[in-house]
Ligand binder design. Structure first.
Ligand code: HEC
Length: 143
């Protein structure tokens, strides 16, 4: 039952995500540091939501990698996961933040995740947006 290829692929993804984030996060903060009192979204809350999002994106990829192709994707699990991810973002209440860059980026991320979920729920389902959902992380974690 253990096959080497998906495990290696998953490890690669974990390493890529982890390595990609740490440097990008520092840069992001350096570019947009506000005094802590100006954050409605607390840093601790943001970080723990981000880690949750990281785990959820890995889980999403894992589900899609384990299936041989779209016809085998675990559709309802993917729908639930995308809904959970949007919920994670919405729970940060970015609209209440006076940190405009963060508010806009989180709003865009939530909208992308919701669009991806709707596409999977659609008849026939489309998995294209679900497959590229982690691209939305690049609103803030890019270059
Ligand atoms: C709206 C901007 C934005 C988007 C979009 C975004 N992030 Fe983040 N992320 C941040 C910021 C800001 C931090 C830095 C938090 C801190 O260290 O204070 C962060 C930090 C992180 C961290 C490190 C948390 C820590 O403890 O330092 C991880 C992991 C992470 N993000 C994953 C993701 C993933 C996965 C996605 C996409 C599903 C994503 N992020 C999308 C803004 C964003």
């Amino acid at each position: 039952m253990t096959s080497r290829v998906p495990v290696c692929a998953l490890l690669f993804v974990i390493v890529a995500v982890t390595a990609g984030c740490s440097g990008a996060v520092e840069g992001w903060l350096r570019r947009r540091t506000y005094p802590p009192s100006f954050h409605y979204v607390s840093e601790a809350q943001l970080k723990s939501s981000m880690w949750l999002l990281g785990h959820q994106s890995l889980e999403l990829r894992r589900l899609m990698l384990l299936a041989a192709g779209p016809e085998q994707y675990p559709r309802s699990q993917i729908v639930l996961l995308l809904a959970d991810m949007a919920q994670t973002v919405r729970q940060l209440h970015p609209e209440a933040s006076n940190h405009p860059g963060l508010a806009q980026g989180l709003e865009a991320l939530a909208a992308d995740l919701e669009a991806a979920r709707k596409a999977v729920e659609h008849e026939p389902p489309s998995y294209y947006l679900a497959g590229s959902a982690s691209g939305a992380c690049l609103y803030c974690h890019g270059s």
